[in-house]
Design a protein around this ligand. Sequence first.
Ligand code: ZN
Length: 224
Amino acid sequence: MTITHHPDIANLMCCAAGSQPEAFAAVIASHLSLCKSCCCEVRRMQQIGVALFDKLEPAKMAGPAPVVAMRAGEAETAPQKDETTPAHHPCCGMTAGGVPGPLVPLVGESLDTVDWHWLAPGVWVHTVPLSKGCCGELRLIKVAPGKKIPEHTHEGQELTLILRGSYTDALGTYRQGDVADLDEAAVHSPVACSKMGCICLMANEGKLEFTGTLARILQPLLNR
Ligand SMILES: [Zn+2]
């Protein structure tokens, strides 16, 4: 697998700090399981974070320990591993069914047995449930060969990981393992690979809004 599009550095920093919303954390964790380069980068960030904590003067706490302090404590006691197996993001790869390790508890072991719902001609969707109270949206999207995801815009950031096949939009071609990191200004309509189609995992900070006439009619089907 050759990965050419990686998450923005800010997303990797949020991941290292453990402060990412659940939907985005699922996409980043899945990418890390496939991308040794980003995996090592996140581990390096975590080590820097722990080193910075070590330099802080102890202070009496007024309340329960913050999560970040507990994480630093965990890192100190974690067994040392080599560069290819970071402590917090093991590079476990994909199942035979094309699902990255961190995603298996959410969608099962195979993309072929996911409960797909028809969204538009050649487009199917599966909404991945998030923990109660979590904001954002997470879904798998499957696009038939040569078909396109209806043109859409989104409130806030959109993070997409390609799991199978590829797609092309105005920003380039994204293949298995690549991440498309788009802000809310982006309006795009990716076209799936003419041979394999495309299955991707998409996290949205806010609502995904289709912009075409037909797509707007289909909008209510998105969150079944
Ligand atoms: Zn990467």
